[in-house]
Write a protein that binds this ligand. Structure first.
Ligand SMILES: Nc1ncnc2c1ncn2[C@@H]1O[C@H](COP(=O)(O)OP(=O)(O)OP(=O)(O)O)[C@@H](O)[C@H]1O
Length: 234
């Protein structure tokens, strides 16, 4: 049973805040030039919300997702997840928090080519010293790939590899799931299947979902679409 989440909890009519950012700033130096990618971003996302993040290429969608997920510290500002101030934690505590509460689906899957599907899904647990083989098999079942558990990524299609990446992101039963263009390289049928899996996770388990996409038509299936442009989110 998925315990960390809990469907859209409302406290006296007020949604419980799951992700809150204050004044996030992030810039990159290229040569002598500095590009400000996040320019004072304030966000509040409720538990169980399905949020799509759109914006032009290079606008900072991946940077914002990394910053929200605790993978890249902002130069200024704070990120709270379920009330925990992510960047005030030490490295070890932060890794433990991510391992327990956050799932992340990377833009290019990032599966390890020499490991089978089940080993790839179990790998974050193994790093944390846990044996997650049973949970990994359940997660593969959840994405319809139980029978491919012993296959290497090279033996699977793009859509199947993406489903393994989803299984890896949900094996810890996260409270928040981030997905960076999870359907970017897939045909429209496969994209539909992948989005269905992600939306079901939000609907059935109350997972808070933040998905980067170029597909504005997805706005209809989400609760909210955020647009990032010129360092700001609207
Ligand atoms: N490690 C880095 N070093 C220097 N510049 C970077 C780095 N990472 C990102 N950038 C720059 O920051 C800006 C935002 O990049 P980011 O990947 O967040 O955009 P994006 O909206 O996700 O783009 P896309 O839709 O093309 O994936 C870009 O101009 C990019 O070149």
């Amino acid at each position: 049973m998925w315990t960390g989440a809990g469907r859209g909890v409302h406290l006296g009519g007020v949604s419980e805040v799951m992700i809150e950012t204050r004044n996030l700033h992030r810039s990159y130096k290229i040569g002598k030039k500095s590009i400000e990618v996040l320019h004072g971003i304030d966000l509040s996302i409720s538990r169980g919300e399905k949020v799509f993040l759109c914006g032009p290429s290079g606008a900072g969608k991946t940077t914002l997702l990394y910053t929200l997920a605790g993978l890249e510290p902002p130069e200024q500002g704070s990120v709270h997840i379920a009330g925990t101030d992510l960047y005030s934690l030490g490295r070890k505590e932060q890794a433990e928090f991510r391992n327990k509460s956050i799932g992340y689906i990377f833009q290019n899957y990032y599966l390890l080519p020499e490991l089978t599907a089940v080993e790839n899904v179990a790998v974050p647990g193994a790093i944390a010293g846990e044996n997650r083989t049973e949970a990994a098999l359940s997660a593969l079942e959840r994405v319809g790939l139980r029978d491919r558990a012993d296959h290497l990524p090279a033996e699977m299609s793009g859509g199947e590899q993406q489903r393994v990446a989803i299984a890896r992101a949900i094996v810890n039963e996260p409270t928040v799931l981030f997905a960076d263009e999870p359907t970017g390289n897939l045909d429209s049928n496969t994209s539909g299947e992948i989005m269905k899996i992600l939306l079901e996770l939000a609907d059935e388990h109350g997972v808070t979902l933040i998905v980067v996409t170029h597909d504005r038509s997805l706005a209809e299936v989400g609760d909210r679409t955020l647009i990032i442009k010129d360092g700001k989110v609207s």
